[in-house]
Write a protein that binds this ligand. Structure first.
Ligand code: ZN
Length: 240
């Protein structure tokens, strides 16, 4: 759904491929776009370090977007560590691991992120929240599902007594589609920028430069990114 050019948006921007594509999507649609990152004691701060580099590169290479790109915000959510792995919350640790989720999984993390984002958006007079949540890749995370986010949109709009829209441009895309979307939005320069400056690797490795970007090439996140890239190369344009 196309947004109005009068709308002002807040993009949940982690520094990864998905949220960077969402940022470009928002910059194409909205008159004013701000960005929000969360510092929650990630095992490695690589993603957070990628954020300002990406924002600088976007400003330099896309002047039409640069005029719309507003403030960047980083919220300290270090309290998440208390509810992810402390003795206080260990009761379901074994169950979590049996279901394939990491022990440090924070249930409902995206619900928390979106609530903080909505509160900030309210103060900044931003009425659209844009996030890279995706049912295709994260079916194990029920707070990324479309129905959850539609319900949250209603709850936020009621609770803040103002219109608050949640947009998730990647909801039904796979990783190859996400590269195709970047291609459509900003052509080869945007694809190159995302390849070079976004971070995906779970291990936090930046050193090795693969054709699809930096990373170890072995962890599940790198494998997913590589497979998406290969699918994109095999069929660069949208399936329509
Ligand atoms: Zn990796």
């Amino acid at each position: 759904m196309l947004g109005s050019m009068n709308d002002r948006a807040l993009v949940l921007f982690s520094g990864g491929q998905d949220s960077s594509t969402c940022l470009a999507w928002a910059l194409q649609r909205y008159a004013h776009v701000e960005t929000l990152g969360f510092d929650y004691g990630q095992r490695h701060g690589v993603e957070l370090q990628c954020r300002p580099v990406l924002l600088d590169a976007l400003r330099r290479q896309f002047p039409a977007w640069a005029v719309r790109l507003g403030d960047d915000h980083v919220l300290d959510l270090s309290l998440l560590a208390q509810i992810s792995s402390s003795a206080l919350t260990e009761a379901r640790a074994i169950e979590l691991q049996a279901s394939g989720l990491p022990n440090t999984f924070v249930p409902g993390r995206n619900l928390l992120f979106l609530n903080f984002a909505a509160t900030l958006a309210y103060r900044r007079q931003l009425s659209v929240l844009v996030g890279g949540m995706c049912e295709t890749d994260y079916s194990g995370y029920p707070d990324c599902r479309d129905n959850t986010l539609k319900a949250l949109q209603v709850a936020l709009s009621l609770g803040l007594d103002t219109r608050m829209v949640i947009e998730t441009p990647l909801m039904w895309l796979d990783k190859a589609d996400t590269w195709r979307l970047a291609q459509t939005l900003g052509g080869a320069p945007l694809v190159d920028l995302i390849v070079e400056h976004t971070h995906t690797c779970y291990l936090g490795q930046r050193g090795q430069r693969q054709v699809w970007g930096h990373g170890c090439g072995e962890c599940p996140a790198c494998v997913l990114r590589r497979q998406g890239w290969e699918g994109f190369l095999a069929q660069p344009s949208s399936r329509g």
